[in-house]
Write a protein that binds this ligand. Structure first.
Ligand code: UD1
Length: 427
């Protein structure tokens, strides 16, 4: 398995381009299932998760062609051959569950493997299923699969309140409701920018939806959707991750394509910690204010709160802050697996249930560490950039799921980082 080697200590200066959002793209791709006309996504990231969704859609008979080095995805589902999402693909990526709503809406049936648990907690799909049931779907759980059927007249609009906010369940419900008969009112929905992007793309396809970005969505079902071309929104998690690089290492980095509205609550915490963020014509310029980073407390929450997907990276910053900070994780249990790895680098962290208490130290020291999930792995790289000496991160395949060209982007701002291919380790 490949490893990433980081030699820390230097300040970072320059520009980092931010790509289209992985999580938005994974939600937009299944929209091809809702129409027999072509759907084209521009600004798509080049990531292994996107390739997994491509494989899943192709297994259903969709045509998916990555064009222009992968940044444009041209899709067409005019001749679907199946409605079954097999376990072998779904187990690799939980977001595969997002084909359930569209298949059900357009074809009246779907068979989708249950995604199962994952490293950051149990992550059930009950809310996805309850929302689809409210739209009239008949569901059966059998042999590890969800067997779903629409009633003979198709899905029907409904008034449904989510008992807790779920990004994925909101997405599945929206994708099903756009072709349902009548009006759907979905309450307590997720307000993430990826949901807003989904609604914008659906509107280009002819869907009638109001309320994106608020906690209620009103959807008037239509009988058919058309094709469209849509640019994927900027990846706010990749943006936040690279904003932390100069905060941790010193220097000044401009994140091209960055927007404050995508990361407002995160920017408030950076400001409190002693990091300047300036909006420029091209993005966001980030630099540490004078002196050491100050400890700040963080609570993860659904958007517009502090994103759980930036918690691990923020912890890396807090490791060398002045004082003690408490990070509270309210979205996923068991999402502190990076803490013991950071401790290998000299961090002082105590984890109790959903709280991590971080006592800032003057310096981290490089160490061999292991990536446990996507965001944890990048937090180890950030910590390595700030540490004295060499950090070797193994299991970096987690990174390939969500960070395009991470080594090249960080080298571009002066980081000493390289990827060692599996083969060359044996040389
Ligand atoms: C999405 C993101 C992920 C991010 C998360 C929260 C994608 C592909 N992934 O994941 O990166 O960390 O939002 O911002 O977009 N839950 C249930 N039942 C359900 C669904 C969810 O109990 O049916 C719970 C989850 O276990 C979790 C909480 O709801 O505790 C929020 O999860 P959710 O918003 O659904 O996350 P995902 O859509 O899976």
């Amino acid at each position: 398995m490949d490893q990433i080697i980081v030699r820390g200590g230097g300040a970072l200066n320059g520009e980092i381009p931010i790509t289209g959002a992985k999580n938005a793209c994974l939600t937009l791709m299944p929209l091809t299932l809702l129409t027999d006309q072509p759907l084209t996504l521009t600004n798509a990231p080049r990531l292994s998760d996107i390739r997994t969704m491509t494989t899943l859609l192709q297994s259903l008979g969709s045509e998916v062609a990555p064009l222009q080095d992968g940044q444009v995805l041209a899709m067409s589902s005019h001749a679907l051959t199946g409605v079954k999402a097999e376990y072998d693909i779904v187990r690799k990526m939980r977001a595969s569950i997002l084909v359930l709503g569209p298949l059900l809406a357009r074809y009246g049936e779907a068979v989708v493997s249950l995604p199962g648990g994952c490293a950051i907690g149990a992550r059930p799909v009950d809310l996805h299923l309850r929302a689809l049931e409210a739209l009239g779907a008949q569901l059966e759980l059998r042999d590890g699969y969800v067997w779903a059927k629409a009633p003979s007249g198709g899905l029907k609009g409904a008034d449904f309140t989510f008992p807790l906010v779920s990004v994925g369940a909101t997405e599945n419900a929206v994708m099903a409701a756009v072709l349902a008969k009548g009006t759907s009112i979905l309450r307590n929905v997720a307000r993430e920018p990826e949901i807003v992007d989904l609604v914008h793309c659906l509107r280009r396809m002819g869907a009638q939806i109001e309320g994106e970005g608020s906690s209620t969505l009103t959807i008037e079902g239509v009988t058919a959707l058309t094709g469209a071309t849509h640019p994927v929104v900027t990846d706010r998690i990749e943006l936040g991750t690279y904003m932390l690089a100069p905060a941790i290492c010193g220097g000044e980095v401009e994140c091209l394509g960055g927007r404050i509205d995508l990361v407002a609550s995160f920017c408030e915490k950076l400001d409190e910690a002693g990091v300047d963020v300036i909006e420029t014509a091209r993005g966001l310029k980030v630099a540490r204010k004078n002196g050491r980073i100050r400890a700040v407390d963080v609570v993860t929450e659904p958007f517009p709160g502090f994103p759980t997907d930036l918690q691990a990276q923020m912890m890396a910053l807090m490791c060398t802050a002045e004082g003690t900070s408490v990070l509270e994780e309210t979205i996923f249990e068991n999402r502190f697996m990076h803490a013991p790895e950071l401790a290998r680098m000299g961090a002082r962290i105590e984890v109790h249930g959903g709280h991590a208490t971080v006592h800032g130290v003057e310096k981290l020291r490089g160490a061999p560490v292991m990536a446990t999930d996507l965001r944890a792995s990048v937090s180890l790289i950030l910590a390595g950039l700030a540490a004295e000496g060499e950090t070797v991160v193994s299991r970096v395949y987690h990174l390939d799921r969500g960070y395009e060209k991470v080594v090249r982007k960080l080298r571009g701002v002066g980081a000493e980082i390289e990827r060692i291919k599996e083969d060359s380790q044996h040389e």
